[in-house]
Design a protein around this ligand. Structure first.
Ligand code: 2AL
Length: 259
């Protein structure tokens, strides 16, 4: 076993990988992919919200799933968690989640963009449905990666096809990646869905370009940040939310625990 050294002390690390949609099979896929790249001293827990959309493919799905992510972080805080990963390519609830914890919270889109920019000058993104392209586009702008991304592409598959029709889904994704390789003048491909977490080896073999996938990238970044003894800054805008009254069905948020 190896350990992470946190402030000179060797210890295990617990990463909670949150699938923001409620499809259990996808949570399993994401958890297995995370475990496959985790260091021997890292424990991975994969979880999903109790309530919410079975897949996230629109702004509405994102808004609803963000509350599920927040609930999973609150559950993680009760158990002691060293890092959180938000395993949906829209990074739903990322900043809200960061406000609720001192642990690092890493979205898979931002993780993939960071890693792709370290190994290539220009990359293209291959995601699921065309209507989700705008979500990834907004994130490129928000995170400052617009210039590193040559093109956003959709394989035109619903998210749940990754679980229900995996062979067809893989074929479509590979086709789109090959088009990106021919047409986009890029050094790498970023896969744009948490449900693609297990597909990296097959896709990189078939396409012959480096393929960056967000769940696996986020696990290694989380290990790095925790290993550096760093967590979400509680100075400035990511401080714990101020106390205030929440009404109606959200009344329980009136006493959010402030770590
Ligand atoms: C996603 C994702 O990663 N998981 C999900 O349900 N929807 N985003 C996407 N662009 O397909």
């Amino acid at each position: 076993y190896s350990f992470v050294y946190i402030h000179g002390q060797a210890r295990f690390m617990h990463i909670r990988v949150i699938n923001p949609n409620t499809t259990h099979a996808m949570t399993e896929t994401i958890g297995e992919a995370a475990k496959a790249v985790a260091a021997p001293g890292t424990r991975i827990t994969a979880s999903q919200p109790d309530s919410g959309p079975v897949s996230i493919e629109s702004h509405f799905d994102e808004a609803v799933s963000a509350l599920g992510v927040v609930e999973e972080v609150r559950a993680g805080e009760r158990e002691g968690t060293d890092a959180y990963i938000i395993a949906c390519f829209g990074d739903p609830g990322l900043y809200a989640a960061r406000e609720l914890t001192r642990a690092p919270v890493i979205g898979i889109a931002e993780a993939a963009f960071h890693v792709a920019s370290l190994i290539s000058t220009r990359f293209s993104v291959v995601t699921t449905l065309p209507r989700t392209l705008i979500i990834a586009e907004h994130l490129l702008d928000n995170y400052g990666f617009r210039h590193s991304c040559r093109r956003l592409r959709a394989a035109d598959i619903p998210v749940l096809d990754l679980e229900e029709n995996p062979d067809i889904a893989l074929e479509r994704i590979i086709d789109e990646c090959l088009k990106a390789k021919r047409e986009d003048n890029i050094g790498a491909i970023v896969l744009g869905c948490g449900g693609m977490a297990d597909l990296t080896p097959q896709i990189s073999d078939a396409v012959g370009l480096p393929v960056v996938e967000g769940v696996t990238a986020a696990v290694k970044l989380a290990e790095a940040v925790v290993g550096l003894g760093l967590g979400t800054s509680k100075f400035g805008d990511l401080a714990f939310p101020g106390s205030k009254r929440f009404t109606g069905r959200f009344a329980e948020y009136s006493d959010l625990a402030h770590g």
